[in-house]
Design a protein around this ligand. Structure first.
Ligand code: CS2
Length: 477
């Protein structure tokens, strides 16, 4: 079977939606770090729409560490399939990528970042990709940052690359690009700005001041459930398209991108493609992280304990579904400030419905990755808010304990823990006092929370149930 390409477009079966613009006509105006499935299914789908009427905003996909996606995009002329999995599945070929930069192509990236045609850079490198400490500031002890401080011209971290690109533009008198962080972190834009200025300050305080004053780092909320592209899905795409597509992605039909309004003359018209530009993204961001992602992580760690495999299966378990519903509607909702135009209870119901989509096979094990990085934003902030305001944390302690039990199970079985802190977690989770050792990890649990006796007792109590294997009373809370 041949692979998807510009030439193959003409002979795709009817019913496969083709790009609304000539893929050959697009130019590069956006540099994107981390072209994983989420980027290809979410942001690129918006940009593809923008390109229908303005060819300047093609994306250069950058992945300097892993060649897989970049090689596939190069081989396929930047084309790939987006399968929208819903009651009526639909396949659409996207032509949003005008370039791809892989391992060994750092020099080309440097040139591109300095190009005045680039007006926007975006990133989806996951929480761990930003090299932040637990308090959300740049981790100067992180090996990549240590490397970048020694060799600023050949950065290893995304922060290093952004700073290098901005430094070149400043030196050349070119206006900066706007930097759009598209990862699931509270105040994502502000955190990225602080990290970039902190690194720049080590090189040149004037550069740091320029970044602070001139570069837009809007906060954003990004949302669309995107299960990983497994071999069965890729085989399905090949079957329907009659060509192979190594970069194909799948997602639910729901998609949302809320972006803090930022100044940019003559940039891409993202709003025309359905991006919401607002002055107050914080409320949306927090609601999404705590309700959707908080519930997701809860379903993952508790569901895996119960031997379940997917989000749909977890939502079909009556006790677990009830528990997570109460968690969202009572505990999490109570931690959120009112957001204009957002009905929190309605939002929680809509999220539950999305989780119940039978056509989506979203693995709990995928959501369980990188718990040490996700827990603080998704659950611990909510717990701290409840404690500060005198609310009960007996339910909120359950997913926290479920994560600890999950790590312990994996470590005891010598199974791989996908987490940047894997070794530290495994050591802490297999000691005699698991709870004490895990809560002692300052990279995950902030001092104030971990030393609060109410939290320690609640987690220890819930953990006992997980270790004894009797979690029914927990789910009945
Ligand atoms: C999930 C998210 O993998 C995970 O941790 O919770 O990727 C989730 O599917 C997205 O944030 C939905 O927008």
């Amino acid at each position: 079977m041949t692979s998807l390409s510009r030439t193959a477009l003409a002979s795709l079966p009817a019913g496969i939606v083709r790009p609304g613009h000539d893929p050959q006509s697009i130019r590069t105006g956006i540099v994107h770090f981390g072209p994983g499935a989420f980027h290809r299914a979410h942001q690129a789908a918006y940009v593809d729409r923008v390109l229908d009427s303005d060819p300047r905003w093609g994306i250069a996909a950058v992945s300097l560490r892993s060649p897989g996606t970049v090689d596939a995009l190069k081989a396929q002329d930047g084309l790939y399939t987006l399968a929208v999995i819903d009651r009526e599945p639909a396949m659409r070929v996207l032509a949003a990528h005008s370039d791809a930069i892989g391992p060994g192509e750092g020099a080309r990236l440097r040139t591109l970042l300095a190009d005045p045609a680039i007006r926007i850079a975006t990133s989806t490198v996951t929480e761990k990709g930003y090299c932040l400490t637990n308090d959300g500031t740049l981790d100067f002890a992180h090996p990549d940052i240590v490397h970048d401080l020694k060799r600023p011209a050949e950065p290893a971290s995304v922060i290093g690359w952004i700073v290098a690109g901005l430094a070149d533009r400043r030196a050349a008198g070119t206006a900066p690009f706007a930097m759009l962080c598209c990862d699931n972190m509270t105040g994502n834009g502000g955190k990225l700005r602080a990290a970039c200025t902190a690194l720049a300050r080590q090189y040149d305080p004037a550069l740091a001041a320029w970044i602070e004053a001139e570069v837009a780092f809007p906060d954003s909320m990004v949302d669309s459930i995107t299960p990983a592209s497994d071999p069965a899905f890729l085989a399905h795409v090949a079957h329907d398209l009659h060509v192979t597509d190594k970069a194909a992605v799948q997602r639910e039909s729901f998609t949302q991108w809320v972006l803090q309004r930022f100044e940019q003359a003559d940039g891409p018209d993202l709003a025309s493609a359905g991006v919401t530009l607002t002055n107050d993204v914080r409320g949306y961001e927090q609601a999404k992280l705590r309700i959707l992602n908080g519930a997701h992580s809860s379903l993952a760690y508790i569901g895996l304990h119960l031997g379940l495999e997917t989000v749909f299966e977890a939502m079909s378990d009556p006790a677990l579904e009830h528990f997570v519903s109460r968690l969202m509607h009572y505990d999490i909702a109570a931690s959120l400030k009112p957001v204009e135009g957002l009905d929190i209870a309605g939002y929680a119901d809509a999220v539950s419905n999305r989780f119940r989509n039978p056509a989506i096979r979203h693995l709990l094990s995928q959501i369980a990755w990188d718990g040490s990085q996700k827990l603080p934003y998704r659950l611990l902030d909510t717990v701290q808010d409840a404690l500060d305001n005198g609310r009960s944390i007996e339910r909120l302690a359950v997913p926290v304990a479920a994560w600890i039990a999950f790590v312990r199970r994996k470590a005891q079985a010598h199974e791989k823990i996908t987490d940047p802190l894997a070794d530290i977690l495994a050591a802490a989770a297999t000691g005699s006092d698991v709870c004490l050792a895990m809560l002692g990890l300052r990279q995950v649990f902030p001092e104030r929370l971990a030393t609060d006796p109410r939290f320690r007792h609640a987690v220890a109590d819930a953990l006992m149930h997980f270790l004894d294997g009797h979690i029914e009373p927990l789910l009945a809370r």
